[in-house]
Design a protein around this ligand. Sequence first.
Ligand code: 5GP
Length: 208
Amino acid sequence: MNPVFRRQGILFVISAPSGTGKTTLCENLRATPDFIYSVSCTTRLPRSGEVDGTDYHFLSKENFLSRAHNGEMLEYALVHGNYYGTLKTTVKEALAQGTDVLLDIDVQGAMSIRKTDDVMVRDSLVDVFIMPPTIEELEKRLRKRGTETEEQVQMRLRTGREESKLWPLYKYTILSGSMEEDLIKFRAIMRAERYLSRRLELNEGKSA
Ligand code: 5GP
């Protein structure tokens, strides 16, 4: 009889200063069947090409805050002047079914999840910080994206400098290189986490 393991899902949280390339990294990861990606809610206006329900659930501030106050969010935060939040049910249902979940959230959101009272969520958390190689490179990547006004670029750079100081709070830190390098490093973390003995439960009496 071969051992059969089952496990709860892992909650992969990725944070990085805006412009680091995290969204592209997450898009690449989303294209694989490895996780479900949790689509966040936001009060920010859609950028050109962004699709409601795929990139974000774009909500009015009233709707967002009413859902947050009803306890529908696992975490939420004010980032660059707009609210962003993660829907609780999507994440918890997937984890309970053994499906891994990918969250692209800011440092405040990651902090809230680390402190959550929800034991299942806390135990499943694997938080990864993507560190920009330098502030100059971050500025270059942000400008290349071309989606922000000069004032927004400056605000994102200021926030990015502060956020970069928080890397020691994360279980893993990846120094960002090319997209391919970041993907390889992230996949190495993902694979190792899936083999952690403490996550596995032996299904006695069943053969593979
Ligand atoms: P952007 O406006 O560039 O799409 O995202 C701005 C920032 O908001 C990024 O750092 C992104 O990770 C963060 N963010 C996106 N969704 C969430 C969320 O659900 N919760 C939190 N706390 N931050 C989020």
